[in-house]
Structures are given as C-alpha cells and as structure tokens.
Ligand binder design. Structure first.
Ligand SMILES: Cc1ncc(COP(=O)(O)O)c(C=O)c1O
Length: 430
C-alpha cells in the first residue's frame, strides 16, 4: 500500500511527451488530450497505479470496473503466466482451447445452476458490447419479435447493435443514418414514484406484441450510478413474462461482487433469461459472456460447420484461464465478507459529502458509488483536479455531473480514509 503524495506537476514531462506523440498517430477521437490530461500508466499494484513520471495514484475506478480484485493479484499473475506459457491462442469455434469447456460449465453453474433455474448455456465474446449483441440476437431467435425495450441513460457499449439499445444520444447521433430502428426507451426509475409510473408506460409498449427483449442494467452504471428502487427487477420480470418477452440483464459492470453479491440481480432474487458478463469476469482480459437459460440459448440452430455468431479470439485461452481464476478468487467466503466491510467503509467516507454545497446526491451499493454534483460537467473537471490529489476518477451521467467510484477490494481502510479526505477537499473546492 502506498498513499499518494500531492502531485505538483501532473501530467509530468514524460506523459506530456507521450500525449504529443499520441495525437499524431491515434485517431483524434479516442484519447482525451489536454495540457492537464491524461497521465500514461506504467505499472500498477493493488489499488495503486504509477505513471511514467513516477507519480503514484489511488485508482478509485478499478480501471473501468475491471480490476475489482486489485492489480497484480497473485491469481491473475499465475493464470496469465501459466496459460500463456502453454497455449496463447486457440481456434475458438473450430478447435477450441480445452479451458473453454470448463469456463462454460462453471459460468452456467454459477448463474442459472446456482439460481435453481435449470441448465444454462454460454456464448463467449471479447468485449462487453458483444455479449449484449449476443443477447439481442438470442432474443430475436427465441421470440421472433424484433423490438427491444431499453432504458434512457443505459450504456451497453458501442457496436452498432448495442448502440441501438444505448440510451445516450451523444453516442448515437453521428451514426443515426446507419442505426436500425428496433429499440424503445423508457426512463430509468430513481424512486418508488417513478417506478409506479414506469409500469403502465412499459406495458403500453409491450402490449403491441413486438418486443422480444427487455434489456436493463440492474444499476445504471455509466448513466450515473443510479440505484433503482426495490422492486424494479421484479417489475421487469413480471412484465417480460406477461408479454412474452425475454429479460436480459446487463451485469457487465455490476457482476462479480461490484454490488456486494455475485450479481446485482441477486439483491431482488430475480432470475433473468439472459445475463451479460464482462469486465471483472476476467479482471484483466477482454473476454465477455452471454449466459442464458438452456431452453432460450437453444433457439440458436446447431452449428453445421459455420457459426452464425463467432469471432477470431472467441474463448481465448488466456482469458478463460483468467476467468476461471477469478471465479475461484471470488468464491472465497472471507473475500465476499471483505466486500461488505469495504462497502461500509466507503459509505462512511462518502455519505458526509452529501452536506457539501456542490453535491446534489450521494448514492451507491457495495463498491459502486456516485457523487452527483449540481453543476453539469463538474465531474469531468474533478477527474482532472483529482490527479493532483493522487486520485484516478471517472465521470458518469449524460451531463457529466456524477463522480463515479468503483474501487476494488485491494484498497485498504487507510487508503479509503485517505481517498475520503481528498474527495472532501476536491469537492469543496469545486
Ligand atoms: C453496463 C455495461 N454494458 C456494456 C458495456 C460495454 O462493454 P465494452 O466496453 O467491454 O464493450 C459497458 C462498459 O462500460 C457497461 O458498463
């Protein structure tokens, strides 16, 4: 554990030079570059990251919610090194790596098996958005209905299919001319009153009989860490059943103890028909999964030699090894208990921010928190000033108002206290 010191020159000289070179060689839309941003990472350990100038930071984001188990965790190092030494690539849908079998079995058992919902089947992918697109295709195969019902502010990734069900105009507008029209959107509920209004709204859309899938994040993640009122997932389950649609939950962000349970749907004991997984599934490697009830997944035809939905790196052996190691890591009851302790510690340091004049709301569950600020784009400014205080932060919400915190389990109580103090000072100075 290393507590960051106040950084006087950030980004430092080496980061600035790398930013200059990157601007010349990378598509200019990708990396956000200003004189104050970004820093270039060189190494990481636990919850600490060091940049190329030797500055140390506390990562309060688990690097997009991936490194929930912490950086450099032994189980990841072992899986990476061990697997890449014996087989670094397989032929995913033709001659798969043997580990793919074990991972599919374990994922089916962890979800539908553990939920007491019968057999599950798995389709692996690389990025999270691919798992979402697999869910969309599966729903069409199963129901024959072409429309999807999704939520305003939802983030499901940026491939053309996932973009269509993405609730952000920002990402969609430039590409509208090439997006299909198959998604309807309803507001994501923030309160019991909003949940009540949602039911008739959704029922009206669903009663047209064209919707094959209701797609939702159990907690709106990138959309601003919005925790819906209790009963939200049960409502979705009820409506899906009543109207002959599937329920697909996007647990790419919320899965693997991010919210204190294996999956966020377990807080309401709702079993979906399809669940999308990614990010902390491996904790370090681009591998995703769409897991579904076997009867639903069997809507896909048996492969006659040409898979309808696959990709070159599907079932990558290193990714499979990392995912299997992650499943073992999270199966430890002490570790699961640790998440609850850490969640309580975060609540204790974040709740007091609520009394600051700049803050509109503080909310979260487990290791997923949002500090909503009153001013639009204020969170983006804090991402930059946070660097000087040694914090890696992210902004969320469609108007950049929410400071998004998704810390990992490697952070110590001392680091959490440090982060809490620095966040107080940061937000006070906005
Ligand atoms: C809930 C959710 N779904 C899907 C995605 C897309 O995943 P990827 O960026 O790996 O395609 C994300 C990414 O942040 C996400 O948070």
């Amino acid at each position: 554990m290393v507590l960051p010191k106040l950084v006087t020159e950030v980004p430092g000289k080496k980061s600035r030079e790398l930013a200059r070179r990157l601007r010349a060689c990378e598509s200019r839309n990708v990396t956000f570059v200003t004189p104050d941003f970004p820093v270039f990472w060189e190494r990481a350990d636990g919850g600490n990251v060091w940049d190329v100038d030797g500055n140390c930071f506390l990562d309060l984001t688990s690097a997009f919610g991936v490194a929930t188990a912490g950086f450099g965790a032994e189980h990841k190092k072992r899986a990476f090194a061990g697997q890449s030494a014996v087989l670094e690539h397989g032929m995913g849908d033709v001659h798969p790596a043997a580990l793919k079998v074990e991972l599919c079995e374990r994922l089916a058992a962890l979800t539908f098996g553990r939920w007491g919902a019968g057999a599950g089947k798995v389709a692996l992918g690389n990025s999270g958005f691919e798992a979402v697109e697999t869910a969309l295709k599966t729903a069409l195969m199963m129901t024959g209905k072409r429309r999807a019902l999704a939520f305003e502010g939802a983030y499901h990734g940026l491939g053309f299919g996932s973009l269509t069900v993405n609730g952000w105009d920002f990402f969609k507008s430039p590409f509208r001319a090439q997006l299909a029209d198959f998604a309807d959107f309803v507001p994501f509920p923030r309160s019991a009153a909003e949940l009540e209004k949602l039911e008739p709204l959704m029922a009206r859309i669903l009663s047209r009989g064209e919707t094959g899938v209701i797609l939702a994040e159990p907690i709106l993640g990138r959309g601003g860490e919005v925790v819906p009122p209790d009963g939200f997932l049960r409502l979705l389950r009820r409506l899906a059943d009543r109207h002959g649609a599937l329920l697909a939950l996007d647990e790419i962000y919320t899965g693997f103890f991010r919210t204190g349970r294996w999956f966020a749907c377990e807080h309401e004991q709702v079993v979906p028909d399809l669940v999308c997984l990614g990010k902390a599934l491996t904790g370090a490697f681009p591998l995703s999964a769409c897991v579904g009830r076997a009867a639903v997944m069997d809507a896909w035809p048996e492969s006659a030699g040409e898979a309808l939905h696959t990709s070159t790196f599907l079932g990558h052996p290193v990714g499979c090894a990392l995912a299997l190691a992650a499943l073992e890591f999270w199966a430890d009851a002490d570790r699961q208990g640790r998440v609850a302790e850490l969640a309580a510690a975060w609540r204790a340091v974040l709740e007091p921010l609520r009394s600051l004049p700049a803050v509109a709301d503080v909310r979260g569950r487990g290791l997923l928190w949002g500090v909503e600020l009153k001013q639009p784009n204020a969170a983006g400014a804090l991402m930059i000033s946070g660097l000087q205080r040694g914090l890696i932060l992210l902004s969320a919400g469609r108007d950049g108002r929410v400071l998004s915190l998704a810390p990992g389990v490697a952070l110590t109580m001392e680091e959490i206290a440090f982060a809490g103090g620095e966040l107080q000072r940061l937000v006070m100075n906005t």
